[in-house]
Write a protein that binds this ligand. Sequence first.
Ligand code: 1GP
Length: 251
Amino acid sequence: MVLDSFVRNASLGKKSLALLVDPDDLNEGGMKAIVNAAIENKVDYFLVGGSLITSNNLESVVDSIKAYSAIPCILFPGNAIQIHPEADAILFLSLISGRNPELLIGQHVVAAPVLKRSNLEIIPTGYMLIHSGRPTSVSYMSNTQPIPNDKPSLAISTAMAGEMLGLKCIYMDAGSGALEPVSSKVIKSVKRNIDIPLIIGGGINSKRRAQEALEAGADMIVIGNGAQKNLSLLAEVSDVIQYLNEALNVN
Ligand code: 1GP
């Protein structure tokens, strides 16, 4: 099961890489190249979704990932219509950094009966937006205020509350294409205060940023835009992850 692998890896200190595919940016040919690059560079998980999807590509992106690879395919939905039962799992995101009831529980009520009928593995996830220097699609679409990037105490308390509510992992996101990724200080502080896996994404568009997030305590990093613009970033980030994992002897 996907969540079991998150928990096992986090408990060993083993770092993972997730590649986020935005269905709006892709076609079938592009998908093959991305899936091949993901296999070659030992990507651990695919995430599929976006704050707003304007195309009908979600299903074909999931189907291509399933057809061309054995890498787990996890839905990362911006709303209740981004569900495809052929994926392996879904991050059932509650936007705990915000105070928009629709994204704390409303969309979940709409999605629950559909999810119950599917075989998707449900991964209850505390989703936290962290300020990234400018508004992002997700801050606009969610109509919520991100947590300031220099206020670790707010991020810590929010993540702790998520864990106490029974959520199984925390995803701190600066938003797609963020100017600034989640700061090392915030990652470190949150990691020290929770025992569930910590996922970090948004604005990780260089080897240096990936390394900083991982060294600060991210169990998994998510890369979207950076890889979509330049697939060779995957190889660079994968090297960093292999290096960190070799040091632990858990490869
Ligand atoms: C966004 O965390 C993801 O929700 C990935 O962000 O596209 O900036 O890599 P990027």
